[in-house]
Ligand binder design. Structure first.
Ligand code: SAM
Length: 290
């Protein structure tokens, strides 16, 4: 049993504990409690009840200084939640999140960041070989880009985001982590930036935005040198008996081949479950441009 259900059971009893969502995300010293309203469901708890839970969370997690309730999903172009309600502690939405020894300043109401991608950040960083040039098309506050710079012998990461708040934090995070010589921040639409100044240079392109990855594959191919890897993140709905990995590989391969690329190899892994039977899957494509 998770911490929220445990607290609810202790304070409000078994009945209501069975109905709550047990989802808590901790980013730096901020805790985010997730309401079932995120999935369009009725919330069994009132705001006053959530405030009692928030106080208990702070007693258990001594490092948590501020607790927020998330009511709407991360959505829109910037992948930011429209609605948070402050529950307890400092009324502050900015924090420093640490991952693999790197530090990331973020305001949870202005830019996207989730600890649920941490395994993926390191997995990709470990694949990067000495001297590579990487393009990160959807960089957020710079997590993938900076972890790659810290944990590999990368030559350069071009790190693009269209959200001016995310970009501002990315610029600051590059300085905080002392990787100014290896991570170049770009503000704008990655399609436009690649067309304008980043064609035919990357050995690896990251596309960590499932809603846009397939549509933007043509720009990933433009950024790539003759041969390289594209990491395409997708949301895959797998019906009973369907393999989400096979489905994702087939979608990504068909898109790349439809754009005239030769796919030398492909593999995929499930990153996380994002809904009932909906998986976030990453497909790694080894590509040769014709
Ligand atoms: C899922 S978040 C990125 C997560 C980040 N890579 C991480 O690991 O924390 C997707 C990001 O893509 C950005 N974005 C959306 N459309 C974009 C576009 N056309 N060009 C560049 N960035 C874009 C959003 O602002 C958002 O920060």
């Amino acid at each position: 049993m998770g911490i929220i259900r445990d607290i609810v059971k202790r304070i409000f009893g078994n009945d209501i504990a069975g109905k709550v969502w047990d989802r808590l995300e901790i980013i730096g010293d901020i805790a985010i409690v997730k309401s079932p309203r995120l999935a369009g469901l009725k919330d069994p708890l009132s705001l006053d009840e959530y405030r009692i839970i928030a106080n208990e969370i702070m007693k258990i997690h001594k490092n948590v200084k501020s607790v927020w309730l998330a009511i709407t999903p991360a959505a829109g172009e910037y992948r930011v939640r429209k609605k948070y309600v402050h529950l307890s502690g400092e009324r502050r939405s900015e924090t420093i999140y640490k991952e693999y020894g790197c530090k990331f300043k973020v305001d949870i109401t202005k830019a996207f960041l989730t600890p649920r991608l941490s395994y993926e950040h390191l997995r990709v960083a470990k694949l990067v070989r000495e001297g590579e040039k990487v393009v990160n098309m959807f960089a957020g506050v710079g997590t993938f880009s900076i972890i790659i710079a810290c944990k590999s012998k990368v030559r350069l990461v071009h790190s693009i985001d269209v959200n001016p708040f995310a970009w501002k934090f990315m610029v600051e995070n590059i300085k905080i982590n002392k990787v100014e010589d290896r991570v170049i921040p770009h503000l704008g639409d990655s399609a436009e930036i690649i067309k304008r100044k980043l064609t035919d240079l990357a050995s690896r392109v990251l596309m960590p935005l499932p809603g846009l990855a397939l549509d933007y594959t043509e720009y990933a191919l433009q950024a790539l040198r003759k041969r390289g890897i594209i990491h395409i993140y997708l949301h895959i709905r797998a019906l009973k008996g369907e393999d989400p990995l096979a489905k994702a590989i087939s979608l990504a391969r068909r898109r790349a081949e439809g754009l005239g690329a030769k796919v030398i190899g492909s593999s995929a892994r499930i990153v996380r479950l994002v809904g009932p039977r909906i998986y976030q899957v990453v497909v790694d494509l080894d590509i040769k441009k014709r």
